[in-house]
Design a binder for this molecule. Structure first.
Ligand code: MTE
Ligand code: MO
Length: 509
């Protein structure tokens, strides 16, 4: 009997499939490192998956995995690829053709994803093509070696050596790709910007602006704790030295600015609370920082905004875009900014280094573009920002909301004195009053912390004397226009959640 007709063992078949896919991914990343790191077929497929994810699923991912939503996606893709690779191997126990077809299909998917990414030049397609060729070649080569394994010891040794060679190749290509991508000296560039910002003094936050010792957040959120929400699978690696900003569209004069041009303008610092529309009632995506940069109205005055424009559409290097009303951006009472500093430091890479926008009173998705590269003056009728075709509202003023931070849900506390504490926000309007209702009793006013400005959150607390048992407390805020937040429960889509945050906790003797 011809030994060549005997099928591969399942184990060997799986090894062949997995090594071929591993080699394809590693070479794809390596080649991408030379042309454009985002042309990595794995990342491009992941980024396309993010862009194509239906809104409810994306919301579920943000809620369930929080900042780790991307890690969860990458891990899921990894498991899926492993399964496909193993299946390709097993289907190819007799002939290499099923695996070859699957390898071509996977490579093709990578190529389509790279070509479809808005921010990758067409040349980027050589990364998935190299990946495809590697996948097919390694698969067929290992398959051929594997066919010899059941015949004799030298055959088995050849397969073993071939597999080890593939593992070594994957390791080298993988590490090489990482090293090349890491070559952009983002930290060096940030250090220089931080140094330039050092002579700029930050506004002092008055004492008594938070109730942190009672369980609220600190008034300013340290950069490392600032919430993060974006669609970027890999944080764009940019240097301030290479950064440029184009301002165009419905303007009198198009501008092309460098980072030095921004530094030469009047730098200001504003204390601003940012809020994400994805928050459920009581959600975590709200933080406050001292942002340093230039006022957008100063910047746009240089370009001259034409009266027909009603939307400031900003886009980032990774293809994201956000659109805010011109009226909010130019509003002299709210200081919309192009920010380059955050709490006295250059922006952290994950918060948009070298430059981002911050528009007080507008949810982040519709205003706060990170890794900014382009500002276009246009109209809402003509251009749609990233999240609009995906189901979010075109205009997104932040809603008046409040959150209980202490006690935490289902916490059990000693009976007696209980402090209920939390935050409220109504950016650009400011908080006038926060009320609490304990165990269905009357609404009672909480003590407000010292106000910093109307662009930031306001902390509150109230002390209760409680008997042992189960308690339910809810809160509602009233802003300075006299509006009290509605009890109607709606979710984040399309323009922000509403409802009264309610906590159940127990006090024990
Ligand atoms: N480039 C880019 N900018 C972006 C986003 C994004 O996905 N990509 N997300 C926006 C959203 S939804 C919010 S809430 C804020 C969050 O900013 P932060 O991560 O610095 O808190 O950034 C905005 N800017
Ligand atoms: Mo957001």
């Amino acid at each position: 009997m011809d030994h060549r007709s005997r099928p591969l063992s399942t184990m060997v078949a799986i090894v062949v499939g997995v090594l071929a896919v591993g080699a394809a991914l590693a070479v794809g990343d390596l080649v991408a490192a030379f042309v454009d790191p985002d042309a990595s077929p794995f990342l491009a497929v992941g980024n396309s998956a993010i862009d194509l994810t239906p809104l409810p699923l994306k919301d579920f991912a943000v809620r369930t995995f929080g900042t780790y939503d991307k890690l969860a996606l990458l891990a899921g893709m990894g498991v899926f690829l492993l399964a496909v690779a193993a299946t390709a191997g097993v289907l190819s126990r007799r002939t290499p053709w099923p695996g070859t077809v699957l390898a071509v299909a996977l490579g093709g998917l990578g190529a389509v994803a790279v070509l479809a990414r808005p921010n990758i030049a067409a040349i980027g397609v050589i990364a998935p093509l190299a990946s495809l060729i590697t996948g097919v070649a390694v698969f067929r080569w290992l398959h051929r070696l594997a066919r010899g394994t059941d015949s004799d010891v030298p055959g088995r040794r050849r397969f073993l050596l071939g597999s080890l060679g593939a593992v070594a190749g994957i390791g080298l290509a993988g590490v090489g790709g990482r090293l090349l991508v890491g070559k952009v000296d983002v930290e060096g560039s940030r250090a220089k910007v931080t140094q330039m910002l050092a002579k700029h003094t930050l506004p002092a936050i008055p004492g008594g602006a938070d109730f942190a010792s009672d369980g609220t957040p600190t008034f300013l959120t340290p950069n490392a704790q600032f919430y993060r929400v974006d669609t970027a699978l890999s944080v764009p690696q940019l240097r301030a030295e290479d950064w440029t900003l184009r301002v165009h569209g419905l303007v009198e004069r198009e501008l092309n600015l460098t980072f030095a041009d921004i530094m030469a303008m009047d730098l200001v610092t504003r204390t601003i609370t940012m809020t994400c529309v994805s928050n459920e009632v009581g959600g975590p995506y709200v933080s406050t920082a001292n942002f340093t940069g230039v006022l957008l109205r100063d910047l746009l005055a240089k370009a001259g905004v034409r009266p027909e424009a009603d939307q400031v559409l900003s886009s980032s290097v990774d293809g994201y875009s956000a659109g805010s009303p011109v009226s909010s951006v130019l509003d002299p009472r709210r200081d919309a900014m192009l920010a380059i500093g955050m709490n006295g430091q250059a922006l952290p890479p994950e918060h948009g280094f070298p430059a981002r926008l911050v528009v007080p009173g507008v949810y982040g998705y519709a205003s706060a573009t990170k890794w900014l590269k382009d500002i276009e003056l246009t109209t809402f009728a003509v251009k749609k920002q990233y999240w609009v075709p995906r189901g979010y509202a075109e205009r997104a003023p932040i809603k008046t909301e409040s959150r209980i931070d202490m006690p935490q849900g289902l916490q059990s506390l000693p009976t007696g004195k209980v402090v209920v504490a939390g935050i409220a926000w109504a950016q650009t309007k400011g908080i006038a009053k926060v009320e609490l209702r304990m165990d269905g009793g009357p609404w009672q006013e909480a003590d407000l912390a010292v106000s910093v400005n109307n662009e930031t959150w306001r902390m509150w607390r109230k002390v209760y004397d409680l008997k042992p048992g189960t308690h339910t407390v809810m809160c509602r805020a009233t802003d300075t226009t006299g509006y009290t937040q509605t009890r109607d429960r709606v979710g984040p889509i399309p323009d922000g959640a509403t409802g009264w945050h309610t906590i159940v906790f127990t006090t024990a003797p």
